[in-house]
Ligand binder design. Sequence first.
Ligand code: ADE
Length: 353
Amino acid sequence: MMDIKKEHWSPLLLDWFAAHGRDLPWRDESPRDPYKVWVSEIMLQQTKVETVRPYYDSWMEHFPTIPALAAASQDEVLRQWQGLGYYSRARNLHEAVQEVQAKYGGHVPENKKEVQSLKGVGDYTAGAILSLAYGQKEPAVDGNVLRIFARLYDIEENILSTPVKKAVTVLVAEQLPDDAPGAFNEALMDLGAMICIPKHPRCQDCPLEKLCLAHRAGKEGELPIRLVKKKSPVEDITVVVVRNGSQWLVHRRPPTGLLASMWEFPNAQGKGEDGLRAVCQLLAKKGLTLAADDQPIGSLKSIFSHKTWQMTIYEGCITQGKLEEEEDWQWIDCKDYASLPWAGPHGKITAMV
Ligand code: ADE
């Protein structure tokens, strides 16, 4: 039995691709025009090949070259994209093509850093352009490639994690043939679309069946593992920097929980008028009447492991009442701010006022 970890299996894949690769409009030239590769790859993001076909053909009739697209108006560009969705793709492509026209005389750069710096071009698209159009040995790792490699190499970890993506990129780079890196990348795309498909892979038709570790173990249906990180909830917080001359009113947080025992400006959950009303109510409990400005002085975002604070900051003053100074409510001189242990983002607010 072959050992996949040592095996150079690219000839098996390339032979299969020569016999079964799809006939697609962006593949009909040799060598490939980098502009056409670029347009097709952007259109194919989150969109099926069959949906892209007519859009691609019509696009190339309207904007056959980089200068043609660079000279088009945004309205014309969006009209051609209409129906494909995710319109920022079209705007970014248009902007990036104008940059290529202005900065590189209309020649798509052949240098990885320069290609990656173009708007809307990430690692995957840069790898596709450089390998398909310029024959460079660059991996192009997308979700299809991650799924194929998770099965071939029996990777039982989350394929959406950065370490797994990096490891797969190294494994692809090890396999890339010197003389046909573009064909190799495109063969993986077709294998992922036709054979190594998500739910019920067609292993009996796969050129790599004998090598595939997940198939050997009967696990091809269980891999890959895709764990989408849950987005942590966002809390709106209204903060008021309450001044009295050179003094600031500050509060020490409770001794347990998030940012325990650290100091903060008066604040409450909520935003806009609701948030300001909540801070007024908080201070009313201390016998203080707050007059806050109705326009914020700024905003801050603070990300914790389990939640995010979206903070809006106002200034204000006390118009009535006197603070009974307690352990956890005090006036401090703003000159002494550095001596307080500030609760995370509240320390940054001191620099805003
Ligand atoms: N999906 C993404 N890029 C592709 C390409 N060049 N050919 C077919 N499917 C793709």
